[in-house]
Design a protein around this ligand. Sequence first.
Ligand SMILES: NC(=O)c1ccc[n+]([C@@H]2O[C@H](COP(=O)([O-])OP(=O)(O)OC[C@H]3O[C@@H](n4cnc5c(N)ncnc54)[C@H](OP(=O)(O)O)[C@@H]3O)[C@@H](O)[C@H]2O)c1
Length: 311
Amino acid sequence: MPDHRNHHPNQHPDHHHPKPPVTVLGLGAMGRAIADAIHRGGHPTTVWNRTPGRADALVAKGLDLAPSPAAAVAAAPVVVVCLLDDASVRDTLGALGDELAGRLVVNVTTVTPKQARETAAWAAEQGIEYLDGAIMAVPEMIGLPVASILYSGSESAFTTHRGLLELLGGARFFGTDAGRAALFDLALLGSMYAMFAGFAHGAAMVASEGVPAGEFVDLAVPWLSAMTTGLPGHAAYFDSGDYTAETQSLDFNKTAVDTIAEASRDQGIGTDVPAAVQTLIDRQVAAGHGKESFARIFESIRRRPAADRVG
Ligand SMILES: NC(=O)c1ccc[n+]([C@@H]2O[C@H](COP(=O)([O-])OP(=O)(O)OC[C@H]3O[C@@H](n4cnc5c(N)ncnc54)[C@H](OP(=O)(O)O)[C@@H]3O)[C@@H](O)[C@H]2O)c1
């Protein structure tokens, strides 16, 4: 075992301790960025991709292309998996149990928490060390400090290979439950998609009168940025479960969102985005909570609604 006691992630390459070989399975946009960053970090890097040809630029830089997943896995004690989804991970790793035994799999494919836990359980049965990773970055950000990758699963793998993981971006450990990183990943992505949908709705409103999105965005960015300062207040409501409010009641916000929906209809555009918010508000108002904070929409989401039951 190498001695990692003095290990520091930002240390300069140590020529007395060559970096361990790493294999990357999957050379989509993200897999290619990851393989490149690992190779630039000084690790001998082997790659494999289902469809040939995607490794050409990497091979030109000195990475090794393996002819099969089994050959790729055999080349390194650490195997980074960056495929499309959980099904492709199962397709690819399912037959490799024997080859992977005794190695570390770092699966940075986007999966659900349940899928991550299932893969971790499968890995444990096969004698494979498992770390699940969730990439909060686009490929262009890989290797830069702005990239953030969330990990959960094997803590010793995270600690031992932290230097390798930090070649990809900031690395943060979320605990030994392999599903946790995916939980945070999808929670953040869920927040993001709703925000993007909100922006698309706003852009469609002004577009109905010929205003280009490029003009609207100049107002939307500072507005949405300013609104994020309200999130800690919402979080305090969510955590306490006390939605007592002096201002910003559900009733007040119902009027506002109903007006947005009405204006959208008047302008001849879709109302799907405000309709989703109306549903969340209306469920709480119908249960008699109209005087409480708008933040109470959390209770419309927190538990899957069974008929009209509210929190
Ligand atoms: N791109 C991003 O901005 C971003 C950001 C965060 C997280 N991620 C996550 O990173 C992962 C990879 O994303 P990407 O952008 O690299 O996607 P991508 O460009 O679409 O690449 C998908 C990769 O999966 C492979 N693949 C798909 N089905 C397969 C199967 N059944 N068996 C074997 N290989 C299979 C593809 O191989 P072929 O070449 O043979 O089709 C390709 O290498 C995804 O889980 C994604 O959610 C991506």
